[in-house]
Design a protein around this ligand. Structure first.
Ligand SMILES: Nc1ncnc2c1ncn2[C@@H]1O[C@H](COP(=O)(O)OP(=O)(O)OP(=O)(O)O)[C@@H](O)[C@H]1O
Ligand SMILES: [Mg+2]
Length: 233
């Protein structure tokens, strides 16, 4: 067991017109292989920015992301894209489903673009069954509820058995029942496949689903007692 992801002194500042908006001001931590870590923190504390950097979707201004031993910054764009498709399952807060495709194709597309050759029809059906999607596979996103769309997005993230799942507020727009389905599925996938999971959440109850909580505030990782929104009881 070693570190699967390392964030080393990550800095990221957005520039809006002439104004610099610092989002990450030196974030370091590591996540072990097979760990289920949750990230909590107030709105604007830099959680989504961290998600994009860890997933190789944006570049840091300085600092490093090392995933499975590879330094993202040292990879070419093509290599980073390849790594992303093969190793990472993404769940976005706003689902990011393709509107013209039905649920089946939205899920299957992850298998097609991964290049893993890892098409496992039985696993596809099992994931859909566990997520209660079997009777919704012919529906397009506009014909699905928000909870169903998020479950399709989760199926898409998991269907390739990625080494790591990165999820940004996967339960942010869901009711309790749908949240529980999503959280249980992430936990089950983590336990059965030894998948590393990093989940961002606002919800303290959801945060407790993980093995460990990383608290963020103002672009830094802080101790729980420094997080004003965090009430452990
Ligand atoms: N594309 C962008 N351009 C300019 N500023 C941005 C951009 N994205 C984020 N920011 C700013 O960076 C800071 C961190 O934003 P980020 O989205 O990472 O926070 P967050 O913790 O995910 O917040 P939330 O809980 O509301 O999703 C905020 O001050 C935000 O306004
Ligand atoms: Mg966010």
């Amino acid at each position: 067991m070693g570190a699967f992801i390392e964030a080393i002194d990550l800095h990221k500042t957005y520039r809006v017109g002439k104004i610099d908006v610092p989002a990450l001001r030196g974030v370091s931590f590591s996540v072990q292989k097979g760990e289920f870590v949750t990230v909590v923190g107030p709105s604007g504390s830099g959680k989504s920015t961290l998600f994009y950097l860890l997933g190789g979707l944006t570049r840091a201004d300085s600092g490093k992301v090392i995933m499975a031993g590879d330094d993202f910054a040292a990879l070419s764009d093509a290599e980073r894209t390849r790594m992303r498709k093969r190793k990472i399952g993404f769940v976005f807060q706003k689902f990011n489903l393709l509107p013209t495709l039905d649920a089946r194709s939205n899920i299957a597309i992850a298998q097609e673009i991964s290049g893993n050759g890892n098409r496992d029809p039985a696993f596809f059906l099992r994931i859909c069954d566990l997520l209660g999607l079997t009777r919704r596979l012919n529906h397009r996103p506009s014909e699905l509820s928000g909870g169903e769309q998020q479950r399709v997005a989760l199926a898409r993230a998991l269907v390739n058995k990625p080494a790591i799942v990165l999820a940004d507020e996967p339960t942010g727009n869901l009711d309790t029942e749908n949240s529980n389905i999503v959280l249980k599925m992430l936990r089950q996938s983590n336990q059965e496949l030894g998948q590393t999971v990093l989940m961002i959440t606002h919800n303290p109850e959801a945060a407790r689903y993980g093995d460990r909580i990383i608290h963020m505030r103002d672009g830094h990782v802080v101790q729980p007692e420094e997080d004003p929104q965090w009430s452990p009881h």
